[in-house]
Design a protein around this ligand. Structure first.
Ligand code: NAG
Ligand code: NAG
Ligand code: NAG
Ligand code: NAG
Ligand code: NAG
Ligand code: NAG
Ligand code: NAG
Ligand code: NAG
Ligand code: NAG
Length: 898
């Protein structure tokens, strides 16, 4: 089902030991930087610097005053959008002539902040299938299983269905004409309002064409999301939304394809607020690892105003820790992880030639084989480790009319399948060599995975000469297989924490294999944290309806969901630790328990932070909101400690992030107490991380403190780091990714520059600067400097003498110098809060900066001459005024010969 993600994890785990991950040809020749150049969002202070006499004159806006001020400083800018929601966000989206003016703008009185404009791709589900009808084998057999996992079914039975709650959805739009989504638009329908900020043709690069109709029949994503929270029951598929009697509005922020930029998201978030939505839900975002993007900040502000905002945590689980998504990174928003559905629809093959039960294979649809075929095993041993990894022997018969059976192990599935295909094989079953059972990457071959016991049975029969055959029924072969990962966190869920050590994701909700509505009256199964966020939004609606909709409930709702969450294991094997809190948050929502909770625990997140900033002593309050006295017992339940970095390297571990079961030590005081109705008790938890772990792995420890009253149980969730982020190297200077040491400059024919080189900037003759970040950085700059620059020793002068090799310096503690004192000729690039790269060359493997024209960042022509590029990155928690907190790299000499 999730073959995409699983195969990626698998590839990444196998290849690095043999060869580099990527080649130069994987790097785009066009810059692939994550922000829109020259576009920024500024925030202005609502009251500052406005003369009191003018403060209340309607005609004079804060904007005008600030912009007048900017003009007097020779800053050239155009305003593309104004934001004016007092108490939440007052500011503007601007384009600058000169990005170097960012520093000047920051100094202008009345300017609170200036942030880059990020891009967010149109959400793509991890898995998507449009079903053909109620009998489609892809439909999860029990369509309401997600409601049963979370207690939603019991609340529906109590008549709690979200009535009176207003939910706004930011997505691709919705096909509100779908019979299960109300069949119309406007007052009286399910979708009463909303807005289209962009229009069908918007792709992120062109001008949006807004209108007030958020209809979408092209992208479809928003219709699926809408059905999860709001589909009416009574359809032929037996599904219903979590809060189907709520009132909905759709804010369309994507066209049919492409991406959306922060400036549009901020506008949509603010409109949702002004429209008085109780809940906003966003199934979108992109990894940046920081809480600071404009849309993250605005989403977080809305929560301070008493709204609830649920946002998907991201589908980047394969990329490992420290890779959370914005705007879900917003400090106060509820970032939602995905849990796999408990059942998965698979297919059975029938066995002939011997009496035996059918064999289940990991496909949603039958393999397209309509004849009965004999089996052939490539090895008669059921313990062979490298079955079919080498070309099959000459004695192998023609395999075209056989079902070939191969054991998993050593080489890739596609290598095995290629070897079998050389002998004519057309259909292959690979049997697992352990207890695995999941979707696998088979390329274009007709092949699938079966369980080890079934494979061993087939091979034993073959070796014994029994003429076993297999048939793949084209109808009637579908079976309700209990999902081997059902109830576990979906492997695609992004791992936290953020680089500034905030708690992401907050909670988990069903998101793997979810059946919901699609445009044009259809239905489909999709997987992703996109499916989990609307589930959480619906859950909050049920809580609002039953516990009252007010600012207090709103502010407490994240704690309520977290403290009543169901803790999730890291696997189904006894003895394995609970999944790290950095992927499950407070656990799978249990809305029934949240609605009926008679104990309030605040806060529900205890953040110890890194060693340098550790707050080991944490306090929380337990309040009895019930009608009778309760006796509480508190205990520590550790979760797995995430080993986030590969031992002895600077590189993050890919997902699934390896876990250590070494627990933290937590002392709880008091650990038992009795509370009368209404009374509360403050508890102190003193948390110290596990000892004996390799601190080069930057272990993130986590777990729960359970609070039981003998009847109901609650928990608070904690998170801490062994080690300090100031010690985490940011810039990748290894040869792991490309097989040559990073960073480097290459040219458009793919030659890596070694020694000085001249560029004419005619045609394709220009340099491309490539760097990777093994970790996020609060500030990254690329400047042009004199080739024989005499820089402070911490930026090592050796580089100047040695033209052969790029030199990277990671200075040891040092006392003098600042980020700003280095003599530079001009700025080429500048980022605040840049996230790290991942190991997927097709996705976010490296940052490429193509210098196609010899211009500074501000567009001014660089005079012909010799230069170097100076890349600097501030470490997380570093001080920009301290040189030792900044990593620096000096490039080869580039001659500009335009
Ligand atoms: C501002 O708009 C004017 C007129 O459209 C245009 O000429 C100018 O280049 C723009 N400046 C910026 C900084 O975008
Ligand atoms: C829905 O129908 C319209 C009109 O026939 C078609 O253009 C569109 O592609 C369909 N949408 C989807 C998602 O199939
Ligand atoms: C599919 O095969 C499994 C394993 O033999 C069996 O338990 C199950 O009943 C079969 N399902 C159907 C629908 O035949
Ligand atoms: C069997 O499958 C083949 C290839 O897909 C197809 O050409 C043939 O018509 C099918 N035969 C039957 C009886 O369905
Ligand atoms: C496996 O067993 C079958 C049946 O006994 C036999 O024909 C075949 O040669 C054996 N294969 C090998 C590689 O020994
Ligand atoms: C962790 O400590 C750093 C450094 O003081 C700080 O910037 C950050 O906000 C802290 N994180 C949390 C969640 O408190
Ligand atoms: C680059 O051009 C300069 C000026 O024309 C010349 O002196 C120098 O030798 C050239 N360098 C290389 C590596 O070609
Ligand atoms: C790139 O560099 C190589 C090696 O110096 C050179 O042969 C090639 O012509 C260069 N390509 C371009 C487009 O300048
Ligand atoms: C652009 O930047 C360069 C290098 O810092 C500087 O010399 C030049 O004056 C700037 N141009 C403008 C128009 O600000």
């Amino acid at each position: 089902m999730k073959s995409l993600v699983l195969s990626l994890v698998w590839l990444l785990n196998v290849y690095p030991t043999f060869a580099a991950i990527a080649s130069i040809s994987d790097i785009p020749l066009k810059s692939n930087l994550p922000t829109v150049s020259n576009k920024f969002i500024i925030e202005v202070d609502e009251a500052a610097n406005i003369p009191p006499s003018k403060r209340f004159t309607e005609s004079l806006s804060v904007h005008d005053l600030v912009f007048e001020n900017l003009k007097t400083r020779d800053v050239n800018l155009n305003i593309t959008k104004r934001y004016n929601v007092k108490g939440v966000f007052v500011g503007a989206a601007i384009t600058l002539d000169n990005p170097q003016d960012v520093a000047a703008i920051r100094q202008v009185p009345g300017v609170k902040d200036i942030r880059p404009v990020q891009k967010f791709n149109i959400p793509k589900p991890v898995f998507k299938h449009v079903v053909t009808g109620p009998d489609d084998p892809a439909i999860p057999p029990d369509s309401e299983s997600t409601h049963i996992m979370t207690g939603v079914d019991k609340l529906h039975a109590e008549g709690i269905t979200g009535e009176g709650i207003k939910i706004g959805i930011l997505d691709t739009g919705v096909d509100y004409n779908h019979p299960s989504l109300g069949g119309g638009f406007g007052p009286g329908f399910k979708f009463v309002g909303g807005f289209d900020f962009v229009g069908d043709d918007y792709d992120g690069t062109n001008a949006p064409i807004p209108d007030d109709d958020p209809l979408d029949i092209c992208a479809g994503h928003g219709s699926h999301v809408s059905g999860i929270v709001g589909a009416d029951p009574g359809n032929e598929f037996g599904i219903s939304g979590v809060a189907y009697d709520a009132t909905f509005s759709m804010y369309r922020v994507f066209g049919c394809v492409g991406f959306v930029t922060d400036d549009v998201l901020v506008e949509a978030l603010l409109m949702g607020f002004q429209d008085g939505q109780d809940i906003l839900t966003l199934s979108l975002g992109g990894p940046d690892g920081w809480t600071e993007s404009s849309s993250s900040v605005v989403a977080s502000r809305l929560v301070e105003q008493g709204m609830v905002v649920t946002i998907s945590a991201g589908n980047d689980g394969a990329s490992g820790s420290w890779y959370t998504s914005s705007p879900g990174n917003g400090i106060n928003v509820i970032s939602v992880a995905s849990v796999d559905n408990t059942v998965v629809p698979l297919q059975n093959a029938t066995v002939g030639g011997i009496q035996h039960d059918p064999i289940t294979y990991f496909n949603t649809f039958p393999l397209p084989i309509n004849t009965t075929l004999p089996i052939f095993a490539t090895s008669n041993s059921t313990t062979v480790v490298d079955d079919a990894c080498a070309p099959l022997p000459n004695s192998t018969p023609d395999l075209s009319d056989k079902v070939v059976v191969i054991r998993r192990g050593t080489c890739t599935f596609v290598e095995k399948l290629t070897n079998a295909a050389e002998k004519g094989a057309q259909v292959v079953l690979i049997y697992d060599n352990g207890s695995g059972f999941a979707g696998i990457d088979v390329g274009d071959f007709i092949a699938t995975l079966i369980q080890s016991a079934d494979g061993e049975f087939l091979v034993q029969q073959f070796a014994a000469g029994v003429p076993v055959t297999l048939t793949f029924p084209q109808t009637g072969g579908s079976t309700d297989f209990p999902d081997p990962n059902g109830g576990l966190v979906s492997s695609f869920t992004s791992f936290g924490p953020t680089n500034d050590f905030f708690f992401k994701p907050a909670i988990a909700a069903p998101g793997g294999s979810i059946l919901s509505t699609l445009p044009n009256g259809t239905f489909g199964v999709e997987s992703g944290t996109s499916m989990a966020a609307p589930f959480a939004a619906g859950s909050v609606a049920l809580i609002f309806q039953s516990r009252g909709k007010n600012a207090d409930t709103a502010k407490g709702v994240r704690s309520l969901l977290e403290s009543t969450g169901q803790r999730i294991g890291s696997s189904k094997t006894d003895g394995d630790p609970l999944q790290t809190v950095t992927q499950q948050g407070g656990g799978l929502v249990n809305v029934f328990n949240a609605v009926h909770a008679e104990t309030v625990v605040t806060p529900a997140e205890l953040i110890v932070n890194d060693t340098a900033h550790a707050v080991p002593e944490q306090k929380f309050t337990v309040q009895n909101t019930g009608k009778s006295s309760k006796e509480y017992t508190l205990s520590h339940i550790p979760a797995g400690t995430a080993l986030t970095i590969q031992a002895g390297t600077i590189l993050p571990e890919n997902g699934p992030v390896p876990l250590s079961s070494s627990p933290a030590t937590v002392s709880i005081n008091p650990s038992t107490f009795t509370l009368e109705p209404g009374a509360s008790q403050t508890v102190t938890a003193t948390i110290s991380g596990p000892t004996g772990l390799d601190d080069t792995t930057f272990p993130v420890y986590s777990g729960f403190i359970e609070i039981s009253d003998g009847d109901q149980s609650f928990h608070v969730t904690y998170l801490g780091l062994i080690g300090s982020l100031i010690d985490k190297q940011v810039i990748d200077d290894t040869d792991f990714f490309f097989g040559i040491p990073l960073p480097f400059i290459f040219n458009s024919t793919g030659a890596v520059q070694e020694g000085p080189a001249n560029y004419t900037f005619a045609g394709d003759d220009f340099p491309i600067f490539v760097w990777r970040q093994a970790f996020g950085s609060p500030r990254v700059t690329v400047d042009l400097v004199n080739p024989d620059i005499q820089i402070d020793a911490t930026l090592n002068a050796r580089a100047v003498d040695d033209n052969k090799k790029p030199f990277i310096s990671f200075p040891t503690p040092h006392t003098s110098g600042t980020y700003g004192q280095v003599q530079t000729i001009g700025s080429m690039l500048e980022f605040n809060f840049l996230g790290r790269n991942n190991e997927n060359p097709a996705d976010n493997g490296a940052n490429a900066f193509s210098i196609t024209t010899p211009t500074f960042a501000n567009g001014t022509i660089i005079p012909n001459g010799s230069y170097r590029l100076l890349l600097r990155a501030l470490r997380v928690t570093g001080d920009a005024t301290k040189e030792e907190d900044t990593e620096a790299f000096l490039s080869e000499i580039i001659g500009i010969n335009a």
